[in-house]
Structures are given as C-alpha cells and as structure tokens.
Design a protein around this ligand. Sequence first.
Ligand SMILES: [Zn+2]
Ligand SMILES: [Zn+2]
Length: 392
Amino acid sequence: MKDFSALSDYIIRIRRIIHKRPELSGIEFLTQTLVKKELEQMQIPYRTLHETDVIAEITGTRTNGLNQTVLLRADMDALPLTEKTNTEYASECPGVMHACGHDSHTAMLLGAAKLLSECRDIFSGTIRLVFQPAEETGGETQKLIENGMLDGVNTVFAIHVAPDIPSGKINIQPGPCMAGVDDFSIRITGTGSHGATPHLGSDALLTGAHLAVNLQQVISREIDPQEPAVLTIGIFQSGTKINLLAQEAVLSGNIRFFKKELSGYFCEALTRYSNHTAAMFRCSSFVTYTPSLLPTVNAPGCCIIAKAAALAVWGKDNLMERPASMASEDFSRYLNTVPGVMIFLGTNDGTKRTSWPLHHECFDLDESVLVNGSRLYVNYALEWLSGKFAIL
Ligand SMILES: [Zn+2]
Ligand SMILES: [Zn+2]
C-alpha cells in the first residue's frame, strides 16, 4: 500500500494557507496566484478563461485508451463572515471566512494534481482541473462555460465536504442531490397617508404582510404534495415613519425544488397571488422572477464509476445514504451540460469542532480525510479513462 502521509501533509498545509487568507467571490486573486505557483512546480500547464479561475490540464502518455477528457472541479471562494474558531489557522481577514470548505476543495484538487503529475504514464486521455471562482454567488460559471471550460469534456466530477457525515464516510447519490432555485422580488405600491386617516391612502405594508402569508399557499396548493419545494421570503422592507401608511413594500425570496421542470414554473402563481392580494387593498404589484440555478442532478452511470473510485480509495464500502439537500450549487451548471457527479465527503470526527454546519462562523473540518478526497478525484478520472464502464 502506497504511503500517502506526505501528500496529506501537503494538502493540509495548502488548506491552512488558503484558510488564513480567504477571499470573497470573484476576487480570489491570492488563491489564484497560489494555485498557479503550485501547478508550475508540478510542471502542469494552465490557462485562465475569465478573471480569477485557473484551468489546468494533464495529458496521459499512454496511447491505447479512449482519449477522453475528464473535468475535476474545486471552488475557491469564501463567505462574508467573521470566523470564530480560535484555531491557529483561523482567518486573518475580519469579515471573510472559508465557512463552506472551499479552501479544502482547492487543496484536495492540488493534491490530486500532484498525484496525477507523477503517474501520467498510466492513463491515456486528458484530465482538466478547474479551480473555479465565485461559487457562492454563481457569477462566474456561466462565463467560464461560454469561454470553453466544458469544450471536449466527457464527464465532470466534484467533491463537497459535509459536516453532517462522519469522517471516513461518503455520500454518492444518483439523481438530484441538491435543489434548483428561482429568485423573486415583489414590489407593492400603495398611496401614502397619515396613520390617522388610513381610508385616504392604500397601505403597501399591510398588503405586503398579507402577501407574505398568502405566498406560502403557492407551495401547498399549486404543486403535487409529493414533490418537494420550499418558498422563503428573506427580505421584507417597508415604511419610513411610525405614523405614516407605507407607500411601498418589497418582498424578496426564493423557491427551491428538485425537479428540473419546475424551474420558472411558479412565476405565474406568484404573479397571480401578488396581483390579487394587491388589488384587495387598492395597491398594485410588480413581480421580478428569475430562475437562478437548476437542481444538481448526478448521472446514475457516473455514480457507479464514483462508487468504484471510492472502493479503490477506502478498500471497502463506506457509502452513506443521505437525503438530498435543499441548498443549491452552481456545479449544477456543469451537470446540466455534461454527465457527471458531485459527491459529499464526511468531515465530522465526532468532536464539537467539526460538527458545526456549513456557512457557520465556527465551521471547521477533520483535515485527515482530505487526502482521500484527492485520491477520489484521481480515481474517478482513472476509472473513467480506463473505459471499463460502458453504461452512462
Ligand atoms: Zn456555500
Ligand atoms: Zn460550498
């Protein structure tokens, strides 16, 4: 059995460097520089398709294979949070923190690059490594796809760390594993009046309050109850003074779902509820509805390959069932173009430190599992390029 302890030390060292100096979506310049420097040391060529991304490519030297291209993806951005972990590698940037584990994704993919750079002679075909910016805001992926990121790619693979899964376990789920999301914003317009004479105006705030309640019925009465969906209003802004009827109210939120066909589906119902509720109170409404991300859907055939890759890493079945998450991921943009899979790697070693959820200011992870994440990236690519799996 090969000794991976030096590789593990490398991954943890890189993860801590990135963790200490997190960067927000779209401005991952230091992280990009670090990734480029590491790739140069491994003599792996790379290019940049837009601004802060790095796209590297490793070509195998064997000639008797399928000559396909496998894309392995890691995201690099952090979140606008102030870290409260008190670890020696805690963020040195107040208000910015790697609370979604993207530091570890980048470190794992660099670990995979290191492994691959040392074994070019055992595969044929190309392995494209994508260090992707701005996952949290979803602002870059579409541009990267337009600029050719997925050109010639036969399959895509990504890992996300998961604090709700014990260390050493992984989740590989065929079908939807994360939700799609449509965003909306509704502007209610009324007529201002003194609070002493409400009959002379029309109250946008009161209308908005009724609408916030009414909109919940869109989920309970407009789709099959067997179909999971959730509507959340996260912003409700209205009013300027305690004794005035508000002239305007704005409600913003989103709807999450697992079925691709539901993207855009709720626009008509939201508009109908908004118009009728506003009319009831002599107000008017204007709805902005934007399908944001499709669900993240794993191709069943790719899951079989990922399971074989996991078996090669752990030497035994370490899969764990887990309900799909209602959160969303911009890896869905990859998966809606090319078949592939996103898997979840357990990082909870049973201590309080590694039990905090993603996006929490105390989030941290069991770094000892990351080396197996790197091996999983590599093994997925090698399994695919071996051509053993005809089913997709
Ligand atoms: Zn996140
Ligand atoms: Zn994430």
